[in-house]
Design a protein around this ligand. Sequence first.
Ligand code: PLP
Length: 464
Amino acid sequence: MSRDPVPPVAEILTARAGEEMALNDRYLNPQVGRIVRTLGFDRRWVGGEGAHLIDSEGARYLDLFGGYGVFAVGRGHPEVAAAVQAVMDARTGNMPQLGVTLLSGVLAEQLIARAPDSVAAMVPANTGTEAVEAAMKVARAATGRPRIIYAEHAFHGLTLGSLSLNGNEEFREGFGPLVPGCAAVPFGDEQALARELEAGDVAAVVLEPIQGKGVNLPPDGYLQAVQRLCRDAGALFVCDEVQTGVGRTGRFLALERWDLAPDMICLSKALSGGLVPIGAVLVSRAAFDRVFDGMERAVRHGSTFGGNDLAAAAALATLRVLDQEGLVARAQRMGDLLMELTAPLVDRYEVVRDVRGAGLMWAIELGPPDGRARRSVWQAAERAQPGLFSQLVTVPLFHEHRIFCQVAGHRMNVIKALPALVIEESEIRRFAAALEEVIARAERVPSALARLGLQTGRRMLAGR
Ligand code: PLP
C-alpha cells in the first residue's frame, strides 16, 4: 500500500483526475463500476449547478436523480455553501457533547414551527436510516411494546433496524435474522393493519406517506385511517418523510396533504441542501419525555455527530432558500406541468401503464405491450434482466438527450424523477418531449432497442 503523504485536496482534484473508476474498482464497489460502465453512464462528473450535473467535457446533464433526492435547492447553492463556510470561519464550539449549541436548537425550533402541533422536540441524526432507527427505539421505549408494523414495498434505509422495515426481499435477503417483532402489511390495506393492531402489542406503525420505491401514492383516506387506528390502539404513528419532506411533493411535508398529525416525523436528504449529511426525528412531547425521563437516561440515544454545527447551518440555510425562492410552491407548479405533459402518454403508448406523483416526485410505470410481436420484445428484455425495459428508456435519455434518471427499484419497470425544485420550466418541457420521443421509438422500432437491451442484459448477467 502506498504510504505517500496525502497532498492537499485541491491538488488531488487536479493531479488524480481520471483515476475515479480505477480507484472505485480497486477499493470501493466494483459491481457499481460495472453497472455504470454497462449503461455507459461512466462520465467523469466534475461539477454540479442547480438541476444539472456537468461532465469533464463541460456537457450539462439534467439530473433527475437529484442525488436520490437531496438536491431540492439545487446543486451547489451559494447560500447553503456560505452558511457552512460561516460556521467554519466562526470556529464555533462545535460538538461540546456534554454541552449544548445554538444552531441545532434554532433548527429544531424552525422545523417544529413548520410541522404539525403533534410534534414538539427533535432528536438529531446524520442520515435517513439513522432517523428511522431513532424512531424505532423511541417507539419501543415510549410504549414498552415490542412490535413495529411497516408496509410492503417500503424503503426506510439499509442498516439492520430500518432494513427490518424494508418491504423488498432483494434488500433483506442474506442479512437475517433481522430485528424481531417487525411485520409488513400491504400499503393501503386498513383491514390488514387493524388486524395487526388488535393484540395491543404494537409500538409503532412506520410509513412513507408516498412510497419512494415506485412512487406509490396512498389510496384516499388511508393515511388518516392509519392515524386513527394507531390512536385507538395506543401505537405511535411514524411518518418517514426522509424522501417526501422538505418541499419535494409541493408541501413542506407531504403529510400536509392529508392533514396528518403523527407522533414522529423522520427527515433527512434534502434538509441540508445536499451539502452535509443530516437526519432528524421530530417527536411528540409525550413520547420524548417517556424515553428521556431522567438525568441518568439523558443520553440513552444519540450519536457523536448528531446536531453538529455544519449540518445545522446547512439545514437553516436550506429552509431560508426554500422560503426566499418560493421553492415549495414551485415544486407544485413544476410537478403539475410535468404531470400535464406526461400523463397523456398512458393513452398514447401501449407500454406506458401509469404516470403518477406529487409535486416533483414523479414516476412513469411501463408494462408489456398488447401486440404479440412487441410483447415478445418486452419478454426477451425481461428474461435477460427483470426491469431491463426501463433501461431501454433511461439509456437513450442519457446518451441522446443528456437526461440522467433512475429506475425506481430492483426488478421494476418504473422510471423515477426527483429533480431539484429549482428546475426550469424549459427543462421540464425538454424532459417530457425527450421521454415521449424515446418511448415512441421503443414502441415503433423495438428490435433496435431490444438489441441494445439484450446486449446490456447479457453483460449485466455475465459473471454474476
Ligand atoms: N427513508 C426513506 C423514505 C428513504 O427514501 C431513504 C433513502 O432513500 C431512507 C429512509 C434512508 O436514508 P439514508 O440513505 O440517508 O440512510
